[in-house]
Design a protein around this ligand. Structure first.
Ligand SMILES: CC(=O)SCCNC(=O)CCNC(=O)[C@H](O)C(C)(C)COP(=O)(O)OP(=O)(O)OC[C@H]1O[C@@H](n2cnc3c(N)ncnc32)[C@H](O)[C@@H]1OP(=O)(O)O
Length: 454
């Protein structure tokens, strides 16, 4: 999916990505094009800068997601799919009938970051579904990602049923909340010296501030596309996506020196009920660098006149705001799937992150889509990183855990515990106790979450 396909209310909850960790280097071009098995279809490269290809992509997108791509979106936002990372399927009679793209990005992982392909824009014309087109595109995507040397891929799923079969695992859960006006928040030392200003959101005035705070507050799971067009799109106005709400505003928390410590992009939507005003604040992209800034930000946004509810989504399951609520029940929590991770190059991915405790475990991995990952891998390391080596056939070192690459993707960001996957019967403990030991190392003190919607 792309930002342009998400209704305004949803965008405010799960905004597009930031480019705070911008790295200019371009990955090498990939060449693989896996052809669908069904007759009459051909997998092809697309050039989003070519008018005909762009129009055909948008047509497939409109069919797949049942929406109208607004003219203002074409005029006011950056079209972010890139040449070399955008692939479709043409039908001999109907033309382009399927499309997908991936963004060059950096995925924040425990202790660092790893180059990642952010999968997006996956869509198949409903008249051509269930003929293996998505499967051909996903295989193409994963093989091209490997070819480029990007060790992982990540995505947000339109429907959670789709991507497990391709080896993606749900690596972060998130919660959506609704806060009533004046909701009670606990006192936090340091809040007194902070001020919160409310301003019209402006790319010129706020882009750098937003990028900086997102970067400083990022947790594992955050995905930063390398092109800043993604972040600029947050400041674009597309009337059809506002759904009657006001123009985008920004709340900025500053300390006594005037330095920004938190922000939230938001819109208010007025509404009147039988007992008076019941407007809604739709919080979008936000970040806070510490507890006091977080308290000041939400204290302000839950105390706006004429507003009855503040809606925000995509919070980490251990988000500071949840701890600051006096009455957690009042927040109407809903748990959702957040970012999905696919390990593409197993040794590169596992050696790119840190481990919370010393680890020495042999993983027996299955991977039917990318067989280079299959086999027995020894992971030895700890807080400063890990060495990951393939064990030769006949090596007597006993396996600790047996698992599919999708479960490894789920555990990769440190938020889904390997012991809980053992308890769920999704990971097999070959050596008794290996699950708990590996869980202590693969887990991470802060739960992962991705604010970026890509
Ligand atoms: C990262 C993102 O971009 S998320 C956006 C995903 N796109 C959408 O949801 C838009 C609407 N849907 C579509 O465009 C298409 O239906 C897609 C992309 C989800 C699937 O495309 P198709 O070409 O029909 O998939 P394909 O024929 O390769 O199916 C592969 C398998 O997945 C299954 N499958 C596909 N879509 C779904 C689904 N939505 N729910 C459950 N199972 C599904 C198929 O049944 C098939 O299973 P099988 O191998 O056991 O027979």
């Amino acid at each position: 999916m792309t930002l342009t396909e998400v209704p305004a209310a949803e965008q405010e909850q799960r905004p597009d990505a930031s480019s705070a960790a911008s790295v200019p280097a371009s990955a090498p071009t990939a060449s693989v094009l896996v052809q669908p098995g069904a007759p009459g279809y051909t997998t092809v490269e697309l050039d989003p800068t070519d008018d005909a290809d762009k129009a055909a992509m948008i047509d497939v997108d409109e069919w797949a997601f049942s929406f109208v791509y607004p003219t203002e979106a074409l005029e006011n936002t950056h079209f972010v799919p890139e040449k070399g990372r955008t692939v479709g399927v043409r039908h001999e009679r109907d033309g382009l009938v399927a499309v997908h793209a991936s963004y060059e990005a950096d995925l924040r992982v425990p202790g660092g970051a790893v180059p990642a392909a952010g999968l997006t824009w996956v869509g198949v014309h409903p008249g051509h579904r269930r003929r293996g087109l998505a499967t051909a595109m996903l295989t193409t995507h994963l093989q091209r990602t490997a070819e480029r040397g990007e060790p992982v891929s990540a995505l947000f799923a339109a429907e959670p049923e789709i991507y497990g079969r391709y080896g993606y695992g749900l690596a972060a859960r998130s919660v959506d909340v609704q806060l009533g006006r004046g909701v009670a928040l606990r006192d936090v030392p340091g809040t007194e010296g902070l001020t919160c200003s409310l301003e019209r959101a402006s790319e010129d005035r706020h882009l750098a501030l937003v990028a900086d705070l997102l970067d400083r507050a990022a947790r594992p799971g955050e995905l930063f596309p390398r092109r800043d067009a993604h972040l600029r799109n947050y400041f674009a106005e597309v009337p059809d996506w506002r759904e009657g709400a006001e123009l985008r505003r920004i709340a900025v928390v500053r300390d006594a020196d005037g330095d920004p410590r938190a922000f939230c992009l938001f819109r208010r939507k007025e509404s009147w009920g039988p007992t008076g005003p019941e407007g809604t604040v739709r919080a979008g992209l936000w970040a806070a660098v510490d507890g006091a800034a977080n308290r000041a930000l939400w204290g302000t946004l839950t105390d706006l006149d004429l507003m009855g509810t503040v809606r925000l989504g995509g919070l980490a399951v251990d988000a500071p705001l949840l701890g600051q609520l006096v009455n957690l029940r009042s927040a109407k929590l809903r748990t959702a799937d957040n970012v999905w991770v696919r390990i593409v190059d197993l040794p590169a991915a596992l050696s790119a992150r840190a481990y919370a405790a010393p680890v020495d475990v042999v993983l027996e991995v299955t991977d039917t889509v990318l067989p280079a990952n299959a086999g027995r891998w020894r992971v030895e390391g700890g807080p400063s990183g890990a060495r990951v080596t393939r064990l030769a056939d006949g090596d007597p070192t006993p396996s600790g855990l047996a698992l599919d690459v999708a479960e490894l993707g789920a555990a990769y960001l440190g938020g889904i515990g390997l012991a809980s996957l053992v308890a769920a019967g999704l990971v097999r403990e070959v050596t008794p106790g290996a699950g708990a030991a590996a869980a202590a190392a693969f887990g991470w003190p802060l739960a992962p979450v991705c604010m970026a919607d890509f």
